[in-house]
Design a protein around this ligand. Structure first.
Ligand code: PLP
Length: 346
């Protein structure tokens, strides 16, 4: 499909513009040099606007577009205690005049740094609930969370728009389908070809949306997901299904299998939101070589994966890799002590 034709199709969907688009693409030449190639670029979705930015802004444009179209009054979503998605949903809900309600997995920590501070500033109602993840399929977990939320007196099917964990509903992932189109356009303007786009995979929605977008465009750009949490059973399969459902909103004939999903699962370390050694090294390398700050939960692990893959010679020197910076910086401030402990001073 031509870029213009795809753009027209995407524009059929309800959308509230909140993002600063296109997000910038910058070369990371110092890092490329330090690692001995390939050519690395970063796409700054961390600087995309709305409540300190991050990848959820693109999804929320479509999700809240639909919520408003349906006449909803409240928005519910789910996430870890330091969920960027929850924070951005709270900010976006306020922006469009909806009431944010957050279900955060865990006990009330008694202290509210990082994203929790921002959730509270936005006046979100927070329910701290021990809704554990990690032992089931993503789809099942999403349905279970939805049912749990509907048991709370401030949530009802009629006036509440329920956004799944990570904003991973197919309508929201149009935001990343659209990002693939944006990347293609920028590549043409820059007279460059991005062979690979590397990105953190939490719920895998960003990976799925990008895959659907590049497939619809007939592009050979390969999306590389780096799992940051080992949170889901059959994760590749879930991503393929979500990519299929996302793409079918535009082309009913599109289909993905789990083998179509490139997902590296070796960079999780001890678990979700626990910074690995590689993650801390990546945070330091990026800050010192490029003055670029990445986060300890998502982009730090994704970059650790990318650096390791480069060191292992996965990419040719002449190839070009675009790293998608999906944001998450508030967690850096919430986990400063752990990160500093893992850092050498020099
Ligand atoms: C900063 C950041 N990067 C990456 C991700 C992963 O995105 P996805 O859930 O679409 O895989 C998230 C959220 O889950 C995030 O907050």
């Amino acid at each position: 499909m031509e870029i213009n034709a795809l753009e027209k199709q995407i524009n059929r969907f309800a959308r509230i513009r909140m993002a600063h688009l296109p997000s910038a693409i910058e070369p990371l030449d110092n890092l490329s040099r330090a690692l001995g190639g390939p050519r690395i670029f970063v796409k700054r979705d961390d600087q995309i606007g709305l409540g300190i930015g991050g990848n959820k802004t693109r999804k929320l444009e479509f999700l809240l577009g639909e919520a408003v179209r349906l006449g909803k009054k409240k928005v519910v979503t789910f996430g870890g205690l330091q969920s960027n998605h929850a924070r951005q949903t709270a900010a976006a809900a306020r922006k469009v005049g909806l009431e944010p309600i957050l279900f955060l997995f865990g006990d009330d920590p008694g202290e509210y740094p990082g994203n929790l501070l921002l959730d509270l500033l936005a006046g979100a109602t927070i329910h701290f609930t021990p809704m554990k993840t990690g032992v089931e399929r993503l789809e099942k977990a999403i349905e279970r969370m939805r049912k749990t939320a509907l048991e709370f007196p401030d949530v009802s099917e009629e006036d509440t728009y329920i956004i799944p964990v990570g904003g991973g509903a197919p309508v929201g992932l149009l935001g990343y389908l659209n990002a693939a189109l944006e990347i293609q356009k920028q590549a043409e303007e820059m007279n460059i070809r991005f062979d690979h786009v590397a990105v953190a995979a939490g719920t895998g929605g960003t990976v799925a949306g990008l895959m659907a977008g590049f497939r619809l465009l007939g592009s050979s750009t390969r999306v590389i997901g780096i799992d940051v949490g080992s949170l889901w059973v059959n994760f590749r399969d879930s991503i393929a299904q979500v990519a299929t459902r996302t793409g079918r909103q535009i082309d009913p004939g599109i289909s993905f299998l789990s083998d179509d999903v490139t997902l590296y699962t070796d960079y999780v370390g001890e678990g979700y939101a626990i910074p690995s050694e590689g993650c801390i090294e990546a945070i330091r390398l990026l800050a010192r070589h490029e003055g670029l700050f990445i986060d300890p939960v998502y982009t730090g692990k994704a970059m650790a994966g990318l650096i390791d893959l480069i060191r292992k010679g996965t990419f040719g020197r002449e190839e070009t890799v675009l790293f998608l910076h999906t944001g998450g910086l508030p967690a850096l401030f919430a986990k400063g002590d752990i990160i500093l402990k893992g850092l050498t001073r020099r």
